[in-house]
Design a protein around this ligand. Sequence first.
Ligand code: GTP
Ligand code: SPV
Ligand code: MN
Length: 619
Amino acid sequence: MSITLPARGTAHAVVTPADGTVEAWVAEVAALTTPDQVVWCDGSAGEKQRLLDQMVESGSLIKLNEDLRPGSYLARSAPSDVARVESRTFICPPDQADAGPTNNWRDPEVMGEELRAAFRGSMRGRTMYVVPFSMGPLGGPISQVGVEITDSPYVVVSMHVMTRVSRHVLDLIDDGAQWVPAVHSVGAPLADDEQDVAWPCNDLKYISHFPQSREIWSYGSGYGGNALLGKKCFALRIASAMGRDEGWLAEHMLLVRVTAPTGRRYHLAAAFPSACGKTNLAMLRPTIPDWSVQTLGDDIVWMRPDEEGALRAINPEAGFFGVAPGTGVDTNPTAIATLTHDVIFTNVALTDDGDVWWEGLTPEPPAHLIDWTGADWTPDSGRPAAHPNSRFTVAAAQCPTIAPDWDDPAGVPVDALVFGGRRATNVPLVTQAFSWDHGVFLGATISSERTAAAEGVVGELRRDPFAMMPFCGYAMPDHWAHWLHMGDVLAPHRRPAIFQVNWFRKGSDGRFLWPGFGENSRVIAWMVDQLDRSRGLHPDGSGGDEGATLSPVGLVPAPGALDVDGLDLPEADLAELLAVDPHAWQAEAALTAEFFHEMGGVPERLTRQLTALEDRLSE
Ligand code: GTP
Ligand code: SPV
Ligand code: MN
């Protein structure tokens, strides 16, 4: 039997298994954390149901009304454990420079020591579950496998939905597949006869990543990206470092297939910061006739150059962990249709008839609810009934717009890459990059208003390059260099076009200028039109740029090129949506110069892009 150690033979960070086997590693983790029992999971429906029933029994899940929301459950977290904790997220390569200027770095040996102390006895009184999982279809050429150890049954059932949990993963590892060991504990050991709480967690938290040994150790939180370790920890932070080493990309992106009225298909991968509309765009229902969108993924994309020099993409996840508030029939009817059965809701409100509610689900709130904290709520309570970062966990397969081939291991060829953020000012509704390098510059300089998906002041503007600020497992400027390099590897005629969008621009009166949601299909249609032109496929027979006009920040739709037919959009609003104010942009460019300076080590190809922008602005 041939077995490879997770990181090409690198020493483990926290425990040292006798050999490279999963069994030895599990034994070491059990010796450290001292659970009552160890259960190896198989990913079966029976296993999931047993755990769900057990959690209902113990009071950590509420079973929803079987007639209204079959197979569905509500979890309420501790009020201190409601989102990712970036301040306690650590990237621990041996050399601090590899973590870069934006990550919290700790020396791996020091972190190993701290983690050993935290995890010692941390599973006492609990069951330790061993969850073998695949990110991407099992055994696929772009897929990767891992094993999560957790003492949280909520995490196990969530992993069932979000990843492919299977014993076959262990066979792949036996056959030599590289694998990511991931250890999670809620950090709440139980003394003899101590009664458990509904949502155990610890005020002390560690979300620690070891890119060199490709290990993850997470302590103290049971929530989302902190605890479902296949998601942000593996599929973004560890995978981005793998991608740097192995020549691929792991990105915070949605993935869709757009079919135009011509019948031609286009694949778009789009990066937006957390809670900025990836799920909405992934499930877009076009408002313009004869266009359709199929969903491939809503949060993470892995992309690799193929033999033809195209960029092939998969969604490594198997489910959606989506933001509930703001999801309603008007904004995302597809999500509403996805959520009719077999959903785990976390931190939404409970209705009197045993169903769920959140702000934005219906225009009028019910007269009475139990809010996400378990307290009585009425519309005049003066606080939201659902937590702003409340979420649903649901299988991708039950989304009505899921592409029939969404789990094809070979993935899809990407035609366009899109970067976006939440910007009330300056950033136009849509722009196209002049070149790959300019597109990488757009990605590198995204800034966005903070949302409730992580701790921090909501609304505050922050840089979020590639929407990866919280998720890049290595130095951000190196990530940009890697993107530049990937562009060089791709065949010029297969290299995706790059766009930037902003659905969130506001008028001076504070309202959104763009209707958004399904109407975003109009912007997609313009992008597709641009792709057709560049490929000589446009009906007017030209490969020219009649669809676009030059602005200092990129190509913007030419007058009349963006289809706004039937939209109640005043001419002035459209102008404002596409406007580029040179003075405001000079200030943006100055901030970008400052940002690049703070980052240090910015690739010269990007500083040249900044200079070119400054030149265009002063023309
Ligand atoms: P993560 O799962 O946190 O990575 O985020 P996400 O990008 O998938 O977030 P999601 O799609 O759930 O974004 C939800 C928020 O974006 C809600 O507040 C929506 O109302 C808002 N949103 C999404 N699309 C649009 C849009 O086109 N216009 C406007 N104004 N808001 C939008
Ligand atoms: C995000 O915050 O970008 C999410 C949710 O997708 S979590 O998985 O909790 O990170
Ligand atoms: Mn996300």
